[in-house]
Design a protein around this ligand. Sequence first.
Ligand SMILES: NC(=O)c1ccc[n+]([C@@H]2O[C@H](COP(=O)([O-])OP(=O)(O)OC[C@H]3O[C@@H](n4cnc5c(N)ncnc54)[C@H](OP(=O)(O)O)[C@@H]3O)[C@@H](O)[C@H]2O)c1
Length: 320
Amino acid sequence: MKAIVCTRYGGPDVLRLAEVATPVPADNEVLLRVRAASVNALDWRLMRGKPLIARFIAGGMRRPAHAGVGRDVAGEVVSVGTGVTRFAPGDAVFGACIGAFAEYACAKVDRLVPKPAHVSFESAAAVPVAGTTALQALRDSGRIKAGQRILIDGASGGVGTFTLQIAKALGANVTAVCSPANVDAAHAMGADRVIDYTREDFLQDGQRYDLVVGANAHRSIFDYRRALREAGIYVMAGGGGSQILQGLLLAPLLSLAGRRKLRFVGAKLGLGDLHVLQGMLAEGKIVPVIERRYALHEAADAVRHVEAGHARGKAVIVMP
Ligand SMILES: NC(=O)c1ccc[n+]([C@@H]2O[C@H](COP(=O)([O-])OP(=O)(O)OC[C@H]3O[C@@H](n4cnc5c(N)ncnc54)[C@H](OP(=O)(O)O)[C@@H]3O)[C@@H](O)[C@H]2O)c1
């Protein structure tokens, strides 16, 4: 089969289309014919092996332990491991695996759910990592409640577009921060107010929020803290290196003083939340935003585009 492989750390040029053996599912896995896969920031971080922790996740200090690239997947079950009872050949599913940028991939059954029949493979493939991050940021870290005022910074990217839509589905009043090119799209997704960060500073209008989500944080943690009401919560999902360091190191310390809480969300992929997202997809509460579609041999371009930092929604690799 054809697959994208990454056998050394570096820029997108280290991603190669290669002919490799079709994987064989373990007892608790299924073999999927991949129909679509989506790109996450995690993919380019693992490809580069930066920051250093990415090399631990990739399983090797000098080179990745597993050459497969891509986590988010949607496809059809081809065969199942001996311990698998939840799925049978022919089932359409989506979820996460290692090595989604390939014609075939093995995925653990506890990382897969059935794809709603009326949802396309490419839409389903857009959901797992970004959708789980958004859901856990709002519900678990942010303790979102209907009627709350929420600010989302980085609202137009992969995590941000799901955060915006899930926050609206949960009854929040949402202010989205994005560039001018994405203002209309943010309104179309239901944002009550959109701030174009090239013209307006969300700290200058006097508005304060119950919950601020740094889907892709670009400001200092102190700025996000200032945007909170008394007893408000700031949740950081991702952003630049210094923002991530601040989120990991300063958030717990700053939360000790006063009633404002600051948290870093580390998304945990699991069956429970994949089922929640499957339900939201089926009901149309989330409609994945797909900016661009790529063929498998264009995977490096897809990763390059996402790494550039201005993808609108998700970039998806679609198989014929
Ligand atoms: N903690 C976790 O478990 C977890 C899980 C998944 C992802 N992440 C992290 O979350 C972050 C976001 O992921 P993603 O998939 O959403 O990334 P992404 O799709 O690459 O985000 C791109 C978006 O960021 C926006 N952006 C760029 N500069 C901005 C600025 N100055 N102000 C506001 N928005 C700006 C862009 O909007 P404009 O083009 O409109 O500027 C673009 O739509 C990444 O750092 C990723 O590593 C963390």
